[in-house]
Design a protein around this ligand. Structure first.
Ligand code: DGL
Length: 264
């Protein structure tokens, strides 16, 4: 069973990429809607939230956890590995994605949450293999609220998105990594304001890494044209609201459950 987690609907962009790329399995998705946004929280807070989620995954017999959240990958990946990697294989976002940029020569822009940008995790991970490339990180925390609250047509939200897109365009970035799983949903609007910039959803690289692992460990889980996946969706608050926002990005057919551990 594969578990994915995020603070809210963002990680559904990763689930969507996994399914579209032919990974078949029993999936559990957890959206920590009680604690969204993660990007304004401290490392200690994020560790405490994600530790509970990982324990929930262990109880539900998850054997592969995908951190469909850049902020937690930036801040607590090592800590979660130290505590849980003997029970669950953990795939982080940033650390899986960065090696794909090892030969990049052009300046790379990163749009991410406040916490991810403050950690400089993208710069650090990319520069491990590509010392000379320039990386410019830009905090776009409000994108999370825009996506969660479906404010795509709100004039001040669109103005904010425009300002952020133009900032990286004017800084000379031809490629921008959407370094928060909520952001790929805004790619069409971003492209409108910076048409020459390639806005990259890094989920495709993470899926590549997971898929390569599954080909060896569980080859039957890679699609041969038949889709036999099952999905269970859990949140820590407001299941109906999650279903409404999330269904724009992923076909959520089943009931969204309020996780027992989140009730107390
Ligand atoms: N979607 C998450 C990420 O990739 C968290 C965003 C947030 O809750 O601030 O960083």
């Amino acid at each position: 069973m594969i578990g994915l987690f995020d603070s809210g609907v963002g990680g559904l962009s990763v689930l969507r990429a996994m399914v579209q790329d032919g990974i078949n399995d029993d999936f559990i998705y957890f959206g920590d809607t009680k604690n969204v946004p993660y990007g304004t929280k401290s490392k200690e807070q994020i560790l405490s939230y994600t530790r509970e989620i990982m324990e929930f995954f262990v109880q539900n017999k998850v054997d592969c956890a995908v951190m469909a959240c850049n902020t937690s990958s930036a801040l607590v990946y090592e800590e979660l590995c130290a505590e849980f990697s003997d029970k669950i294989k953990i795939f982080p976002l940033i650390q899986s994605v960065a090696p794909f940029f090892k030969d990049e020569k052009e300046t790379i822009g990163i749009m991410a949450t406040s916490a991810t940008v403050k950690s400089f995790a993208y710069t650090r991970e990319i520069k491990k293999l590509n010392k000379n490339v320039e990386v410019i990180e830009l905090e776009c925390q409000d994108f999370v609220r825009i996506v969660e609250d479906r404010l795509y047509n709100d004039a001040s939200a669109v103005e904010y998105i425009k300002k952020k897109a133009e900032h990286l365009k004017n800084a000379g970035c031809k490629k921008v990594i959407l370094g928060c799983t909520h952001f790929p949903y805004l790619a069409p609007i971003l492209s409108k304001f910076a048409p020459a910039v390639e806005f990259i959803d890094p989920a495709k690289y993470l899926v590549d890494v997971v898929k390569k692992d599954l080909i060896f460990s569980k080859p039957a889980k890679i699609s041969d044209g038949r889709a036999f996946s099952t999905f269970k969706f859990y949140v820590s608050s407001a299941p109906e609201e999650f279903k409404k926002s999330g269904s724009i990005f992923f076909d959520i057919k089943d009931e969204v459950h309020l996780a027992e551990f989140a009730k107390c």
